[in-house]
Design a protein around this ligand. Structure first.
Ligand code: ADP
Ligand code: MG
Length: 261
């Protein structure tokens, strides 16, 4: 059995990156350096350009201007099959193939890459990694809960041992309890595997809890770039402060209620 390497996720560089759709500037001239091993949250209102930015990193969307480098290599110059193996992608609607077993869903990236040896062992290892029982391997996706399905989504994304994980509202469709526990477990995985992770979320509380760096997007641009501590200190201002104000007010409300009880 392969042991999981203590991989070090790559650094990422975006240079004057844009994606315009006619007059709509989905992403507008974004330049950004992301350090190897970071956990970055991309936060912003619906339509601010988060998904488009993420999809330009794994070439699901082509930029209209600018470039992306991963570990110093321009992604345009990288074979797209190799690129996909190096990048795990998890999105909200999970996208498991309903007519395939969990095992095959997890191994699909390995199958597509023509990797024949040790697939079963790798599936067993991944199930353990995402804390699912081994007997799930032979089940079909509709027999799993939403949280279990999303664990399978994470396992599938990790199958080819990527150093970079791109996650687009990965826990957004789950109930709050499942969501919190899955987010916490993913954070531990990020650290254990030494990944670089970029997570899109519209939930500032989740971003504050998970990430070591938070980027706030608005109208295709990054309007704030701060640590959770900086955001919580209230010094950042603008749209970022409006987003932080929501979990802050909820926390204050709960504390006030608990004092009355
Ligand atoms: P977010 O993920 O922050 O909600 P998106 O990146 O999905 O935002 O979208 C940013 C903007 O780009 C939105 O105005 C959206 O309507 C527009 N957009 C995204 N994809 C397309 C597309 N394929 N064609 C036209 N407009 C698009
Ligand atoms: Mg989106």
């Amino acid at each position: 059995m392969h042991s999981t390497p203590s991989a070090s996720g790559p650094a990422i560089s975006l240079e004057n990156l844009s994606r315009h759709y006619g007059a709509i500037k989905a992403v507008d001239n974004v330049s950004l350096e992301i350090a190897a091993g970071s956990f970055v949250a991309l936060v912003g209102l619906s339509g601010s350009g988060k998904s488009t930015l993420l999809k330009m990193i794994n070439r699901l969307v082509d930029p209209t201007a600018g470039e992306v480098s991963i570990a110093g290599e321009n992604i345009e110059a990288t074979d797209s099959h190799i690129l996909r193996r190096r990048i795990g992608y998890v999105f909200q609607n999970i996208g498991l193939f309903p007519h395939m077993t969990i095992s095959r869903n997890i191994a699909i990236g390995l199958e597509l890459a023509g990797e024949k040896d040790g697939r079963q062992e790798r599936v067993a290892e991944l199930l353990e990694l995402v804390e699912l029982p081994q007997d799930m391997a032979s089940r079909m996706p509709p027999q799993l809960s939403g949280g279990q399905q999303q664990r399978v989504g994470v396992a599938r994304a990790l199958a080819t041992r990527p150093g970079l994980m791109l996650m687009d509202e990965p826990f957004g469709a789950l109930d709050p309890v499942t969501r919190d526990s899955l987010a916490g477990q993913y954070k531990a995985l990020h650290e254990k595997l030494g990944l670089t992770t970029i997570i899109v979320t519209h939930d500032m509380a989740e971003a504050l809890y998970l990430a070591d760096r938070i980027l706030v997007m608005e109208d295709g641009q990054i309007k704030a770039d701060a640590t959770p501590a900086e955001l919580l200190s209230g010094k950042v201002g603008g749209e970022a402060e409006a987003l932080v104000a929501i979990p802050r007010a909820q926390a204050a409300h709960l504390i006030a209620l608990s004092k009355k009880a």
